[in-house]
Design a protein around this ligand. Structure first.
Ligand SMILES: Cc1cc2nc3c(=O)[nH]c(=O)nc-3n(C[C@H](O)[C@H](O)[C@H](O)COP(=O)(O)OP(=O)(O)OC[C@H]3O[C@@H](n4cnc5c(N)ncnc54)[C@H](O)[C@@H]3O)c2cc1C
Length: 702
């Protein structure tokens, strides 16, 4: 059977405007279904340059090929994905001594279990499958036992029946697992490294068709994960003994280079990941003012990182909290208030908990098995995995889900949340105007420092603004995107050509009021607990408006370096300047914290790394400008930020050399080590077809 191929089809990324594909026509898009097909593609020189893609969620050009695109998970979900969970290696090629050790009860509790999947499995599918209890069938139809059934049959233990969970994850699960770790995708767990650091082995097919089992030497899996003879018995027949190589080095040089390599080393067919016994999380979020606590970020002993889960009079989780605080995120509103002096910031902390008997979020985020085996995803289809609104707890009962849909989700699917925000702003403004300044609502008080006569002077102009807001509300068109609504509002309120300074000031004031009310609605206080993935994966999979036509960049810093604060404060200053020019960024700066990675060119280079994500809607003028500014600032050597490989990435080879290399000698440093590994896997550059515009521009070359 020829490999499923589309000729001259368009190719686009998730965040591009759906009306304008990024590439109108590309020579060839291939949809392989197996390791054999991947090898055939990599052997066929007539296909020219190659590049693998996952879900197309990367905003960088990392997944763009010079010629042939290899899809592991059709982003349109029409063609069959390479999404199987594999059983041939785990457990059947695991090292016999390791298997014996795994049977030991104590080790099991501490070390979790390996899981082997094809590259194109999406993260939400992975966490849904891991969360299932293995029926421990010791006589399956296909004759191949799962790890759980194998351990029952040969080691007389039921300890591997699950449920399992991911060590850490990002805030969404639509990426493929390989696409995610290939760019260093992370969440906000600062006690561990990014997802990449859960990888135990990758099966890579390089240009020319040689395939490599690259395995990490990891003391949790000593003496080693797999047995060479068993692996060879499985994989040698596929393309011959000489075309299959096992790489397992004491210092993990090649493994650490290949695991974050942005598709440069070849196409990864499958991955073995470390999973842990399933757990729940307790989350606490509080709204603060950025300027009041930002200095605490530089102190690793501060309550930002070392808070206790249970505080007097506070929420008490239903099960035991396990371990210290592990997660920190700070979402900063770039729009100022209090006479431009303050910015709201939602501070979110999480703790791991023992799993509840009926964990909140499981039904809502995974649900039941709808189809036992769905051919398109090559696995079970769950009723809610990757299909539901984000999990939202009932504020009156933090152990239960809210019946109503998240208002933020509604904001994106129709204008109702935004309409609610504008109505709230109108109500406060009307009270203020009608009482001639005597009644000052909480949000108005937040936007201005009270007491001055300044606000009173704005009353006549606010009357005119009230009329504008009411007219906007009446003209709300449900077909417009959220960003398009915001653009209209902003254009009315921040018109730099308005000749009357009082009207300009009133417009600016009202804009800040609307953003303040909206931000409070999104980042207000909350306490709840739910199963691991329901807390981490906050993505609203039904949202079709807020996440198209978005630009975002994520910049990594040493969290303890003052340049992190300089960067965020510069973004705030830029937004103030924009607002006077009739522009605005409808978005946020989100700071997430994480441990360092072992990946040679992973962005997490510090024991405590902070990633600042700046995301704005491109429909609103000022959004694109803000992201552009953040990129320029990040790449300024005095700021020293590192850009995410899978978000917008404008870095040049010189930037990458400066950030990852050794200034005295490009052959040294982490970049030098990464290049030496590339040299091995490309046979000193003779098999170079996974090079692309992106890798050449960023210096991911020999
Ligand atoms: C809504 C949304 C939320 C996000 N949240 C986060 C977050 O919380 N944290 C975070 O760090 N990032 C986040 N990102 C960024 C995202 O995780 C990365 O861009 C990720 O790389 C995308 O994975 P993908 O499967 O879509 O891969 P693609 O975008 O298709 O590809 C990304 C890279 O991986 C390579 N690749 C993919 N598959 C293979 C393969 N089989 N073999 C070799 N190389 C391969 C590609 O060549 C490319 O270089 C988010 C992005 C979006 C759109």
């Amino acid at each position: 059977m020829p490999i499923d191929t589309a000729i001259n089809a368009n190719w686009t990324r998730k965040h591009d405007d759906p009306r304008e594909p990024l590439l109108a026509s590309v020579p060839r898009t291939m949809y392989p279904k197996s390791l054999e097909e991947l090898i055939a593609i990599c052997q066929d020189e007539s296909l020219g340059a190659l590049k693998a893609a996952g879900s197309h969620w990367a905003l960088s050009h990392g997944a763009i090929s010079d010629e042939t695109f290899i899809e592991t998970h059709d982003p349109h979900s029409i063609r069959r994905a390479m999404g199987r969970t594999l059983k041939e290696v785990v457990p059947h090629c695991l090292h016999p001594e390791l298997l014996k050790r795994m049977a030991d009860a104590d080790r099991r509790r501490h070390n979790g279990a390996p899981v082997h999947v094809e590259a194109g499995k999406r993260v939400y599918q992975l966490y849904a499958e891991l969360d299932q209890i293995d029926p421990l069938n010791t006589s399956p139809k296909d004759g191949v036992l799962t790890l759980g059934a194998y351990m029952l049959k040969h080691h007389n233990t039921t300890a591997f029946k699950g449920p399992w969970g991911m060590v850490t994850a990002g805030n969404a699960g639509g990426q493929t697992i390989v696409g995610a770790f290939s760019t260093g995708t992370h969440g906000g767990d600062f006690t561990v490294g990014p997802i990449t650091d859960s990888v135990l082995a990758i099966h890579l097919v390089a240009d020319g068709g040689k395939h490599y089992w690259i395995e990490k030497v990891d003391e949790r899996y000593s003496p080693q994960l797999t047995d060479d003879e068993l692996l060879r018995a499985l994989y040698d027949p596929i393309a011959g003994h000489e075309n299959f190589e096992i790489i397992r080095e004491a210092d993990n040089t090649i493994f650490n280079a290949a695991v974050v390599s942005v598709g440069r080393f070849g196409v990864i067919y499958s991955v073995v990941l470390h999973a842990v016994p399933q757990y729940a999380r307790y989350e606490r979020r509080r709204l603060h003012v950025w300027q009041d606590f930002k200095h605490q970020i530089l102190d690793p002993e501060s309550p930002l990182y070392r808070d206790t889960a249970i505080v007097p009079g506070g929420y008490v989780p239903s099960e035991d909290v396990v371990g210290p605080q592990r997660f920190l995120q700070i979402a900063v509103s770039l729009t100022p208030h209090a006479n431009f002096n303050r910015n709201l910031a939602g501070v979110t902390k999480q703790w791991a908990m023992k799993l509840q008997s009926d964990p909140p979020g499981r039904a809502e985020r995974v649900g039941s098995v709808a189809t036992t085996f769905d051919d398109r995803i090559q696995g079970p289809r769950f009723s809610n995995a990757g299909r539901a609104h984000s999990y939202r707890h009932d504020p009156d009962n933090p152990l239960q889900a809210e019946d109503d849909t998240d208002p933020i989700a509604l904001a994106c699917s129709n204008g109702s949340f935004l309409a609610g925000v504008i109505e709230a702003a109108i109500a406060e403004l009307e009270d203020f105007v009608e009482s001639n300044g005597a009644v000052v609502g909480a949000s108005i008080a937040g936007v201005v420092a009270l007491g001055g006569a300044g606000l009173l002077a704005l009353i006549p102009a606010l009357v005119a603004i009230l009329l504008i807001l009411k007219a906007l509300l009446e003209a709300f068109d449900a077909d417009d995107r959220f960003g398009e609504h915001m653009e209209k509002i902003k254009n009315e309120l921040l018109d730099p050509n308005e000749p009357d300074p009082l009207k300009r000031a009133a417009g600016l004031f009202t804009w800040q009021l609307i953003v303040l009310i909206a931000f409070r609605g999104q980042q207000g206080d909350r306490d709840y607990e739910a199963i691991n993935y329901a807390v981490l994966d906050q993505k609203d999979y039904r949202n079709i408006s807020c996440e198209v036509n978005v630009d975002s960049v994520e910049v990594f810093f040493n969290a303890l370096d003052h340049r992190l604060l300089t960067f965020v404060d510069a973004l705030i200053a830029y937004e103030i300047m924009q607002e006077f020019q009739g522009k605005a960024c409808v978005g946020y700066a989100s700071l997430r914290f994480m441990g360092s990675t072992e990946a040679t060119i992973g962005m997490q280079r510090h024991g405590l790394t902070c990633a600042v994500e700046v995301a704005c809607l491109k429909d609103v003028s000022g959004g694109q400008e803000m992201v552009d500014y953040a990129v320029r600032l990040a790449l300024n050597p005095n700021i020293g930020g590192i850009l995410h490989w899978g978000q917008r990435n404008d870095a040049t080879a010189a930037d990458i050399q400066r950030l990852f290399g050794d200034a005295s000698d490009p052959r040294n440093g982490d970049l030098g080590a990464w290049r030496r590994a590339l040299d091995v896997l490309t046979a000193s550059g003779t098999h170079n077809r996974f090079s692309s515009d992106f890798t050449r521009r960023t210096g991911l070359e020999l």
